[in-house]
Ligand binder design. Sequence first.
Ligand SMILES: O=C[C@H](O)[C@H](O)[C@H](O)COP(=O)(O)O
Length: 149
Amino acid sequence: MRISLASDSLDGVAPLVAEELERRGHTVILHGALANERADWAWSCSEAAGDVAEGRADQAVVCCWTGTGASIAANKVPGIRAALCVDAATAEGARMWNDANVLALSLRLTSAQVLKEILDAWFAGAVSAEAEDQANIAHIDEVDRVFRR
Ligand SMILES: O=C[C@H](O)[C@H](O)[C@H](O)COP(=O)(O)O
C-alpha cells in the first residue's frame, strides 16, 4: 500500500512509524518533520490526508503530541475518516466499524510496542459488511457532501 505519513515532530515513536510501515512492505510518503517540510500539525497532517483524498496514497498515518490536532486536521479533508487510536482494539474497531482511512497517533501515549500492535491490527482489519455499519459509513459520506462548500 502507499501510505502517506505526517508528524509535527520527531519526538517519541515518530521515526519508528516510518520504519515499521516500510518493514511491513508499504511505500511511505513523508510529510512534516519527517520530510523537513512545514511540520505544524495543521499543515503536515492535512497534507497527508490530502494525499489520500486525491489518490496519491491509499491511507495515511498522522502524528502529533496528543494526536488530537493530527486527527482534526485530517478529518477536515473531504472523504477522510481519521481515527485517533491508542491501542490495537481501537485500531481494529476503526477499520471494522468506521472504515477509517487515516490512522492518527499520539506521540505522548504510543510506546514502540503499542505502535506495533496498533499497526498489526490496523492492517489486518477488514471493514464490516453489516448493513448497520455500512449505513453509518455511507451517512458520514453524505454529511461530508452536504457540508462541503
Ligand atoms: O494537537 C496538537 C499536538 O498535540 C501538538 O503536537 C502540540 O500542540 C505540540 O506542538 P508543539 O510541539 O509545536 O508545541
